[in-house]
Design a protein around this ligand. Sequence first.
Ligand code: GLN
Length: 301
Amino acid sequence: MKDLLDDIYANIGLSPERGGVATYIPELAKIDPHQFGMCVAAADGEVYTAGDAEVPFSIQSVSKVFALALALGKVGDQLWRRVGREPSGLSFNSLLLLEREDGIPRNPFINAGALIATDIYLAGSRPKEALGQLLRFVRAASDDEDIHINEMVARSEIATGHRNVALAHYLASFGNLHSGVDEVYGTYCHQCAIEMSCRQLALAGRFLIDTDDTPKLVSRERRRRIAALMMTCGHYDGSGDFAFRVGLPGKSGVGGGILAIAPGKASVAVWSPGLNRYGNSKLGTEAMEMFARKTGWSVFG
Ligand code: GLN
């Protein structure tokens, strides 16, 4: 496994064609695109790394996996009254379907749906407490206390994220946001500003692999459902392409991170800040593709 990761680093991690970093969040525009890290956390607890696997990065939308798990833990299947389970075929921050579909976002991984998950885990507490709960979940999953929110990144997004504010107001206009727009939006931006290294993220993903040795933070049924949503919706309008090329459930973020799950086998994290046209890590996707091809791992047998 270590040789494979070194091979991926040498073949893909050093590629000159790296995609462009996200610029709509000013703090993320400053990130050096010449970075690449990868980590495999195996079901048996072994951890393998290559490249910049210890460098913390902004996990952004990868946080939506943890937020969904936390929100489901609070309200269970009632969550599905407020958000759907279908791919949107549109970009992560699209407003388009919300009006047509009466304020019910297509799925919990596009921004509109993620705002609902945030609203759910925020209900009844203050943003700081709710974020504390989310951090506790992530720290417990990775068995690492050294995971924090980057306040500069959160503030940078809060100050400039007009589309997300619009989405939040739109949801509120349909009565599908229970806390105040500012509170939900601020909590969402802080959630996205969690920083983790590939090592921490791969370890945190182990709760989604079902074996005797992995953390039991959600039931088996819920784990399967979260993985199904990662497969169908985890890369937005690039989800079909990711399923086709990689064949493993995955979740991306505009910070350039991707978390993928090989059920029963391993949790895999990769990070390279340059993005492809869908807003998913360019080299990260290529690395996952090579990883899946070389290991032969796929949920499709
Ligand atoms: N915080 C980012 C946003 O809402 C997350 C998007 C992403 O990672 N795809 O725009």
